[in-house]
Write a protein of this length. Structure first.
Length: 283
């Protein structure tokens, strides 16, 4: 029992010395300044990296688009061609990178861009408030408008905006055409692409659709895929632009490329190939 008490006393005495040594914060001599290790914030290796550098480092420009003739569509070999597609290939070449086309849900285009699923939206994209709020946009390169497409044999009945009331429309979801129909208070079924909207009318599933004027010029009327369809009312006037991530320096790179390609004739030569030369904005 005495041994246990003695051991307990020694343990208590040892703890007292330990506490006394640890409690001298205010009287302890501070370490010399030179001995205090410097602290620095962690450095993010990609801080300040430009979007152009990002694309060039990975070696690929990913273009977000949909099947939208005459801007982007596949030839008989499954290769993406069209006015926008051909010019995107030329732009990628000017950057020294490959081009990759990724077919996207048009309604999610800005999210795809922001999360780096794609590097650019290039698909006959109408410049509007939504796009400008969520992306940095190039100078406009083409004029366009939204037009109402109906069967040829019914066209005379739908020559004014007022005459469109009561029609069942088809339109690409999230498109400028959908925006126009919303503004007019007209009902519609939302489709994945403008081509799907056209098919709705051709198959009599819908009375009419709204598509881009450029697409109408290439896809409907005599000598086209839909000879029994025509367009009547043009709902607005628009301009096309190319969208990059907010603040991207690829915008300046694109504008410089486009000005050069217009000056050397590449833009108009390509536009003529796809029948959109009348819509190209002069530089």
């Amino acid at each position: 029992m005495r041994k246990k008490r003695l051991a307990a006393s020694l343990l208590a005495l040892s703890l007292c010395f330990s506490l006394a040594a640890c409690s001298g914060g205010s009287s302890a001599t501070p370490a010399p300044e030179s001995d205090v290790p410097e602290t620095t914030a962690p450095v993010e290796t990609d801080r300040g990296e430009s979007d152009l550098a990002y694309v060039q480092t990975k070696g690929t420009l990913v273009v977000g688009m949909t099947d939208f003739a005459p801007m982007d569509y596949k030839d008989e070999n499954g290769e993406w061609i069209g006015f926008d597609a051909d010019m995107a290939k030329a732009f990628a070449e000017s950057l020294g990178v490959d081009v990759e086309f990724l077919e996207i849900n048009w309604d999610n285009k800005l999210m795809e861009l922001d999360t780096k699923g794609i590097d650019v939206i290039w698909n006959g994209m109408t410049i509007n408030d939504e796009v400008e709020a969520g992306a940095s946009v190039s100078e406009p390169y083409c004029r366009n408008g939204q037009v109402v497409v109906v069967p040829v044999d019914k066209a005379e009945n739908y020559q004014t905006v007022e005459s469109l009331s009561g029609l069942n429309f088809a339109v690409e979801n999230g498109s400028a055409g959908a925006e126009q129909l919303d503004a007019l208070g007209l009902s519609y079924v939302a489709k994945t692409t403008q081509a799907d909207a056209l098919l709705e009318v051709a198959s009599d599933a819908s009375d009419a659709c709204v598509i881009d004027l450029l697409m109408a010029g290439a896809m409907i009327g005599e000598g086209t895929s839909y000879p029994d369809l025509t367009y009547t009312v043009q709902l607005n006037d628009e301009e096309y632009g190319v969208a990059f991530r907010k603040g991207s320096d690829l915008v300046d790179a694109f504008n410089e490329f486009w000005a050069s390609a217009y000056a050397d004739g590449t833009v108009m030569e390509t536009a003529t190939t796809y029948g959109v030369q009348e819509s190209v904005i002069e530089k």
